[in-house]
Design a protein. Sequence first.
Length: 160
Amino acid sequence: MAKRISLAEADCPVARALDVIGDRWSLLIIRDAFDGVRRFSDFQSGLGIAKGMLAARLRDLVERGVLATEPASDGSVYRDYVLTERGRGLFLVVVALRQWGEGHLYQKGEHRSRLVDTAKNAPVAQLELRSRDGHVLRWNDARVQKVGEKSGARKRKAAR
């Protein structure tokens, strides 16, 4: 297996983020943590992931500050995995992936889980990217300003 190259010092915020949470198991663990899963055995049975792989992913997410461990809420000798502030900051990422999947990977009428507003028990609205003044931005309404590039130096391009 090829050695994993670290992207922790990359100029691109997307690359740095993927260095922390860029594999499917890590994202699915984070998704399950948002759904209230806290125990190793519950992650393992829900995901069907090998115990060794799960242990490695959980350890990595704890080391990177996405999850923390704390004494089990039921007073047992087990440890619970809980989202940190950094981990909770991934909520919009998980929702964006969910909504993209709903819009592109399901047939009309196909059954799937739903994300609902707990106060209203109604589906949440579609996420939208907005400018500072509040208007909706589409994929071609924004671009990445590279490190060292002067503001306005490039013609507008799609964000990568």
